[in-house]
Design a protein around this ligand. Structure first.
Ligand SMILES: NC(=O)c1ccc[n+]([C@@H]2O[C@H](COP(=O)([O-])OP(=O)(O)OC[C@H]3O[C@@H](n4cnc5c(N)ncnc54)[C@H](OP(=O)(O)O)[C@@H]3O)[C@@H](O)[C@H]2O)c1
Length: 251
């Protein structure tokens, strides 16, 4: 059985990834769905067509208790993971000095530590030909004030993806970082986004982002930025010094 393991599969982009895999990677017949809300994972599992199986794993992957759950499941079932999608992530908009320690550290624990831990745990179950997709963001292109911790975590995700992709090339495993702009998911409410700059940005549908990302992963692209506007923004952020970009990208 060829398995896709998707974190953050209880909402938003993670749900759309499952649907996009069904459409564009028919060879995947087993779905490992990971998030804290098990009932949401079971609802998604219920819509899988005949011949596809689901394993719903309730785990908080921001901490070692969640990693232990995943580790035990992997050791017991020994899956052939053809696709790992690290999608779980959280953001928060606030001045760093006005935000509480728990909120800021939780972003690092999930977006950075959790993503790293899941990749480390799952990699031994991936063979040549397998793929990894990491959910980064346009926030990774340069520091975003009031989202300083979030944009720093996503810079990590993009750096990690690029470096790991080269390390794993010899093993025949590719790594794709997806860098979406705003998507109307639960994320925006949880992140408490209130920003005129942000409101002016084009919003992308999570469905389109998921389909584009799966196609990019199939082609083994290292970075996929959905939408012409954000592709242009990525180029601008590469050319201009960060001392200028940090002002232009103020939220
Ligand atoms: N929406 C945007 O505007 C946007 C833009 C660029 C990038 N992104 C990135 O895209 C990814 C998906 O975002 P989204 O918009 O789909 O967000 P979302 O709708 O809020 O979904 C987040 C997912 O992460 C899971 N999650 C949160 N904390 C977790 C934890 N401690 N352990 C395990 N799972 C956890 C949630 O499930 P439970 O709550 O059930 O655990 C949920 O399934 C994130 O990495 C985000 O940073 C989002």
């Amino acid at each position: 059985m060829r398995t896709a393991l998707i974190t953050g599969a209880s909402a938003g982009l993670g749900v759309e990834f499952v649907k996009a895999i069904l459409q564009h990677m028919p060879e995947i017949d087993s779905f490992w769905l990971v998030a804290r809300r098990k009932e949401r994972l079971e609802e998604l599992a219920a819509i899988l067509p005949d011949g596809k199986t689901a394993n719903c794993i309730a785990a908080d992957i921001s901490c070692s208790a969640g990693w232990d759950v995943l580790k035990a499941e992997l050791a017991e079932k020994n899956p052939d993971v053809a696709l790992l999608i690290n999608c779980a992530g959280v953001g928060r908009m606030d001045n760093f000095a006005d935000s509480d320690l728990e909120t800021q550290v939780n972003m690092v624990n999930l977006n950075v530590t959790g993503l790293t831990a899941v990749t480390s745990l799952v990699l031994p179950y991936m063979k040549s030909g397998a793929r990894i997709v990491n959910a980064s963001s346009i926030a990774s292109f340069c520091p975003n004030t009031k989202m300083t911790v979030y944009s720093s975590t996503k810079a990590y995700v993009s750096f990690f993806s690029r470096g790991l992709g080269l390390e794993l090339k010899a093993r025949g495993i590719s790594v794709t970082a997806v860098c979406p702009g705003p998507m109307d998911t639960e994320f925006l409410g949880i992140a408490a986004i209130k920003s005129k700059t942000f409101d002016m940005l084009p919003h992308t549908s999570p469905e389109k982002v998921a389909v584009g990302t799966i196609k990019a992963a199939v082609r083994r692209k290292a970075v996929y930025t959905p939408g012409a506007f954000f592709k242009f923004y990525r180029v601008v952020a590469k050319i201009l010094p960060q001392s200028i970009m940090v002002h232009m990208a103020k939220t």
